[in-house]
Design a protein around this ligand. Structure first.
Ligand code: PRT
Ligand code: MG
Length: 217
C-alpha cells in the first residue's frame, strides 16, 4: 500500500508550533497557510502532505483516515471523545488552561454553595458537564461556537468555560477566572489503522516529534 502520509493541522498556533517539530523530522512545509488559500500543502518530502482544517475537525479527519495523523488540543480531544485515535505523544505545545470565568461582580462561590442552577455558556459542553457533575453543581449548559466571553456580559449565562492563556481576553471583558479545570496542551493523534499499516513510515517522524517536544520542556 501507499506510504503517502497526510498530516492534519489547524491554522494559527497549532500550525506555527508544529513547524519546528516537523523540521526536526526533516520535513519543511512549502507554503504558508496564512497567505496561501490552499487547503492541501506540499512539503519537501513528496510522500508527506499537510491538510488545513478547523481545530475541532482535526480528530474527525484522523478518525476516518482522511488524514493519517494530526495535532489537536486536549480540549478538542475531550469533546471528540478520542474514538479511533491513538494519542502517543503529548507535544507540549499550544499550552493553556481550561477555566471557569464569571463577571467581576458575580459571587461564584455563593452561587455554587447555594445549589442554584448555574447557567454556563461554552463550546466545551462535555468537559463542562463532567466538571460540574463531579462537583455536584447543577448547570444549564448553553452551547456556543465562539466569543464565549460575551455571554455573561449580556446576560446569556452566569459563567463560561473556556481556554485561557494570558488571561488578557478575560481582563479586557471584565471577567475573572474563578476555577481552573485542567491544564491543556496539544497531542499528536494517529489513525489506528495507519499506525499499523504505515508504521515504518510514521515511526521516524513520531520519534523526532517525541525528541523535539521533550527537549522543549
Ligand atoms: O479560532 P477557531 O474558532 O478557528 O478555532 P479554535 O479556537 O478551536 O482554534 P485555535 O487555533 O484558536 O486554537 C487551537 C488550540 O490551541 C486550542 O484547541 C487550544 O488547545 C490551544 N490554545 C492555546 C488556545 C489558546 N491557547 C487560547 N488562548 N485556544 C484558544 N485560545 C483563545 C482563548 O479562549 C481566548 O479567547 O484565545 C483567546 C486569547 O487568550 P488569552 O487568554 O491569551 O487572552
Ligand atoms: Mg481560536
Amino acid at each position: 500500500m501507499s506510504q503517502q502520509l497526510t498530516l492534519a493541522l489547524s491554522k494559527g498556533r497549532i500550525f506555527e508550533e508544529t513547524m519546528p517539530l516537523l523540521r526536526a523530522a526533516g520535513i519543511i512545509v512549502s507554503e504558508d497557510p496564512e497567505t496561501s488559500r490552499k487547503l492541501i500543502l506540499q512539503t519537501n518530502d513528496p510522500d508527506v502532505r499537510v491538510i488545513i482544517v478547523r481545530a475541532s475537525d482535526v480528530p474527525t479527519y484522523v478518525q476516518y483516515g482522511a488524514a493519517d495523523f494530526g495535532v489537536a488540543g486536549k480540549d478538542i480531544l475531550l469533546e471528540h471523545g478520542g474514538g479511533g485515535l491513538y494519542q502517543p505523544i503529548d507535544l507540549n505545545i499550544a499550552r493553556c488552561r481550561m477555566s471557569v470565568a464569571v463577571s467581576a461582580g458575580f459571587d461564584y462561590a455563593r452561587a455554587v454553595r447555594h445549589g442554584a442552577r448555574l447557567r454556563v455558556a461554552t463550546k466545551y459542553t462535555e468537559t463542562a458537564r463532567q466538571h460540574f457533575a463531579a462537583k455536584g453543581v447543577h448547570v444549564d449548559l448553553i452551547k456556543l461556537y465562539g466569543s464565549m466571553e460575551l455571554a455573561p456580559l449580556v446576560g446569556l449565562s452566569d459563567a463560561i468555560v473556556d481556554v485561557v492563556s494570558t488571561g488578557s481576553t478575560l481582563r479586557a471583558n471584565n471577567l475573572v477566572e474563578v476555577e481552573e479545570i485542567m491544564q491543556i496542551s496539544s497531542r499528536l493523534v494517529v489513525n489506528q489503522a495507519a499506525m499499523k499499516m504505515k508504521r515504518e513510515r510514521l515511526a521516524p517522524i513520531l520519534a523526532a516529534f517525541e525528541r523535539a517536544s521533550a527537549a522543549k520542556q
